[in-house]
Design a protein around this ligand. Sequence first.
Ligand SMILES: NC(=O)c1ccc[n+]([C@@H]2O[C@H](COP(=O)([O-])OP(=O)(O)OC[C@H]3O[C@@H](n4cnc5c(N)ncnc54)[C@H](O)[C@@H]3O)[C@@H](O)[C@H]2O)c1
Length: 254
Amino acid sequence: MFKLTNKSAIITGGGSGIGKAMAVLFAKQGAEVHIIELNSDAAAETVNEITAFGGKAFGHACDVSKQAQVVETMNKIGKIDILVNNAGIAHIGRADNTSEADFDRIYNVNIKGVYNCLFAAIPLMKANNGGVILNTASIAASVGIVDRFAYSTSKGAIHAMTLSVARDYLHEGIRCNSISPARVHTPFVDGFIAKNYAGKEAEIFEKLSKSQPIGRMGQPEEVAALALYLCSDEAGFITGTDYPIDGGFITLNN
Ligand SMILES: NC(=O)c1ccc[n+]([C@@H]2O[C@H](COP(=O)([O-])OP(=O)(O)OC[C@H]3O[C@@H](n4cnc5c(N)ncnc54)[C@H](O)[C@@H]3O)[C@@H](O)[C@H]2O)c1
């Protein structure tokens, strides 16, 4: 089950964390993986890890916030069966202390970056008689989280984009879903703890772990397993839905 043989899969931000785990797992399941990354060294590391076990992977240096780059990269890849919009960046702040520059930065990657990839990939999927799109939202889109104004806003947009795309291409063989992780232990989490809570890293790590009722953070490989299912032919009846993967964060935090 869950084989991706002969499928071409694009994973944005596949050089690190959740995207890297997805790239490795999808390649293990037989997909030809294309990593679209701002950080080409990180993409190369993922590619090396995949080719070392005999998998197929290619890295593409590309900033998802730049439409011309995204279109050129996707057209070069040509055949796309699976698109995972995973690249995303974090921000801490409230509405009255988030600068315009920071709001634009989050918007450009987390919202416009996803739109750019949809814009470029959907025509190629239509030409290929269909495909699967998986967007990465967050629990921050469904519950009020302190100090996450711009980030939560951007992830709420993922829910809306997912529904819109799922509806528009229902009869063109394109499925579109999203996943909403709670805290997953990746460089993304370590990076923002280091940047925002210097000197209190261990304490904040513990606090963030306990904020999942299950008592820990998720692992990137656990998120990759859900992504694999949703992108596989076995999930052919699923479209227009968000899947929390959150250790009980949304429903059990009371
Ligand atoms: N880690 C968590 O706790 C968590 C929770 C919920 C949702 N998410 C979401 O999951 C996704 C992946 O998170 P992660 O923790 O693996 O992050 P990460 O920082 O470990 O990896 C993100 C990757 O995206 C790449 N990237 C950033 N901006 C880019 C751009 N403009 N163009 C191309 N690539 C770019 C980075 O170079 C990096 O390799 C993000 O969308 C994030 O919002 C993460």
